[in-house]
Write a protein that binds this ligand. Sequence first.
Ligand SMILES: O=C[C@H](O)[C@H](O)COP(=O)(O)O
Ligand SMILES: C=C(OP(=O)(O)O)C(=O)O
Ligand SMILES: [Mn+2]
Length: 444
Amino acid sequence: MSIPDLPALHALGPAQQPRYPDAAAVDAAVARLRTFPPLVFAGECDDLTTKIGAVARGEAFLLQGGDCAETFVGVTADNVRNKLRVLLQMAVVLTYAASVPVVKVGRLAGQYAKPRSSDLETREGVTLPAYRGDAVNGYDFTADARVPDPQRLVEVYHASAATLNLVRAFVTGGYADLRQVHAWNTDFVKESPVGQRYEAMANDIERALTFMQAIGADPDEFHRVDFHSSHEALVLEYEHALTRIDSRTQLPYDVSGHFVWIGERTRQLDGAHVELMRHIRNPIGVKLGPTTAPDDALALAERLNPDNIPGRLTFITRFGAGRIRDGLPELVEKVTAAGVEVAWVCDPMHGNTFEASSGFKTRRFDDVIEEVQGFFDVHRSLGTWPGGVHVELTGDDVTECVGGGEELAEIDLSHRYESVCDPRLNRVQSLELAFLVAEMLRKA
Ligand SMILES: O=C[C@H](O)[C@H](O)COP(=O)(O)O
Ligand SMILES: C=C(OP(=O)(O)O)C(=O)O
Ligand SMILES: [Mn+2]
């Protein structure tokens, strides 16, 4: 089954694509991308498929998180380290408090393209094309910045390579060593109640590690962690140029990231994104919103994972706190009854966005938790496994989502709102979420 070429994909009328004004410049950027080495290896993607297979069987839990939209200026050592640090802290909370292996996947090193609900943005009477992520156009509200520029795809590659290089150094070079469990709990978070709770847990872990060392156990897993990259596979030029034939197996992989997902707005069964993704061998996800008919999900599973390989397909549901308890059961029931192998993951962010009176896009921490609780309750009542969470978060002290232990109010949003797209949980809120999810997991 050969990979369709780009014109064949475009003939399917893909949604959410940039409208580039200069076709020759697009060809040049794609030609350049095709010469670049892979960002990830096929064997690493296979390892992740195996791990997500354990999630699908109810033997592991997936933690997937990072920015809604990465930015080129955000590729700094501090920024990448802070994101990694909060994910490591969350993972250790989930692993320790719930005694479940945690599969760690960052929404990073490639998360640069955004689908939008509107093609246009209007500010104070001026209307311009919407910002579609640094992969496509600039965030500045000027006509020039908003013109899609294919050279940005080349920059996505370099930004992703730099990020991944740093992440690999952190996770293998000692920073992710479990004995650093205290060192991750620094600055503002350490002083917060949840930071104190983490500190107490870290003391327990340290004692357990000391004991294990005393009896001669010093497993490699203490020194390094497995960490994988992921992003939404949105811009076809980029994902196609990075789809390569693996020399070991002669099979195609999208080597732009370990795990790629199809968004809620681009999951049309006969659409170009499904067509490209069904050819690649990476572990993949599909976002499923509240209007998903169970038959659509079954058809997607049949098309994207015809051999029903565990770990190949993850359904990431994003219903919203108010709809999950009514909407999710039928979907899970029918998919399960059909014998479909899938990992179920909850995105408690995208169904809970609203505009604050000040104009900022925000989410309530309580809605996020309520959706995760609904997800756990539905799976518990059906006897299926709530396999993971997919969250938008940052390692910084931003003010983008309201609520949480710090009780951020709408009036606080302007203090430090830095997201260029959707509101993210800050580090304190992320850690709070991890403790709450760990409790739900323990009960599951
Ligand atoms: O991240 C997801 C989408 O890109 C985002 O929720 C769309 O936001 P919009 O409704 O502001 O376009
Ligand atoms: C665009 C996103 O989500 P969805 O496709 O679920 O709206 C996202 O994850 O940023
Ligand atoms: Mn988002």
